[in-house]
Design a binder for this molecule. Structure first.
Ligand SMILES: CC(C)(COP(=O)(O)OP(=O)(O)OC[C@H]1O[C@@H](n2cnc3c(N)ncnc32)[C@H](O)[C@@H]1OP(=O)(O)O)[C@@H](O)C(=O)NCCC(=O)NCCS
Length: 187
């Protein structure tokens, strides 16, 4: 099942509290792209454009957002490939940070990747992004590689920045095992 289809089904969930904030999770849709791309430009020094988001949706990536009282506070994109998944985007608006939203979406992506059969989950992060790295390490990601001069500089004239590649192994999802066993005639 493409990750995007999975997202569309799973995201039909009621709102959930994250540290007291009632968050409604749903798939990112075409109609969100202008607004989310504007947030993206505020959040990132090398932001995704509307076209990047559109291409990602067209490729079947799982893109979702969390909103509270109609305002988007957190969004992200997960790509699924055979046996593995990669978080392509994870963003929280500045005034909603350190309230557990980044962690909540990261855990949703871990859960989605497992359910979709991935055995490991990757991501890339700027070496200087110590806050994000702290979050990823706290959630079981380990540093596995470094890509030199991978990111454009944050400020004009500064050198390009290295990326850290991080990986988290995923435990098999027991409910998926049952489904596969039934499909294979083993149960
Ligand atoms: C990185 C980011 C997604 C974290 O989201 P968040 O909602 O602020 O993070 P959470 O509140 O879920 O943090 C969970 C834990 O991660 C760690 N953490 C998160 N941000 C941190 C920071 N700036 N400094 C140190 N630790 C941090 C802490 O351990 C934190 O737990 P605590 O608040 O109980 O101490 C958010 O800061 C962001 O969107 N940054 C800009 C975009 C970005 O860098 N995205 C990642 C690109 S790879």
């Amino acid at each position: 099942m493409p990750a995007g289809d999975f997202e569309a089904r799973r995201m039909a969930t009621p709102s959930q509290p994250v540290r007291g904030i009632e968050i409604e999770w749903r798939p990112l849709r075409e109609g969100d792209l202008g607004y989310v791309a504007a947030l993206e430009a505020e959040i990132h020094s090398a932001p995704w454009t509307i076209a990047n988001f559109r291409d990602s949706l067209a490729a079947g990536h799982s893109a979702c957002l969390g909103q509270s009282e109609g305002r988007v506070l957190v969004y992200g994109v997960l790509m699924l490939a055979p046996g593995e998944a990669e978080i392509l985007n994870l963003s929280v608006v500045p005034d909603a940070r350190r309230r557990g939203l980044g962690r909540a979406l990261l855990r949703r992506f871990v859960d989605d990747a497992r359910r979709l059969g991935a055995e490991q989950l990757f991501l890339e992060v700027r070496l200087s992004n110590t806050g994000a790295i702290a979050l990823y390490e706290a959630e079981g990601f380990a540093r596995v590689a470094r890509r030199e001069a991978y990111y454009p500089p944050r400020t004009p004239g500064a050198p390009r920045e290295d990326a850290l590649v991080m990986r988290r192994p995923l435990e098999p999802d027991p409910s998926r095992r049952v489904i596969l066993d039934v499909a294979d005639g083993r149960a």
